[in-house]
Design a protein. Structure first.
Length: 90
């Protein structure tokens, strides 16, 4: 799947490569131990929380605009903000 940025920077490896690097580090830190049986949900929640925090920073905490940029319903965004305990104060 291609990067959807309008003006790709050839120096930027893309989100997939960044996530792969983070996963490589995660597995390296396990020192041969098996990952949790809930690894999928751990990765999903950490990526989602980081994305929500970043988009709220980009929008100055404007939840309506953040929801628009994310393609989420505003109520869904509010639920996720509460679920993750994300501060919306700037």
């Amino acid at each position: 799947m291609a990067d959807s940025r309008s003006d790709p920077d050839p120096e930027y490896p893309g989100l997939k490569a960044c996530i792969e690097e983070a996963l490589n580090q995660y597995f390296a830190n396990l020192d041969g131990e098996k990952p949790s049986g809930r690894l999928y949900y751990l990765v999903q929640s950490e990526v989602e929380q980081a994305l929500l925090e970043r988009i709220l920073l980009e929008t100055g905490g404007n939840q309506r605009r953040a929801a628009e940029l994310l393609g989420l319903n505003r109520n869904t965004l509010r639920k996720k903000i509460q679920e993750y305990g994300i501060s919306t104060k700037q």
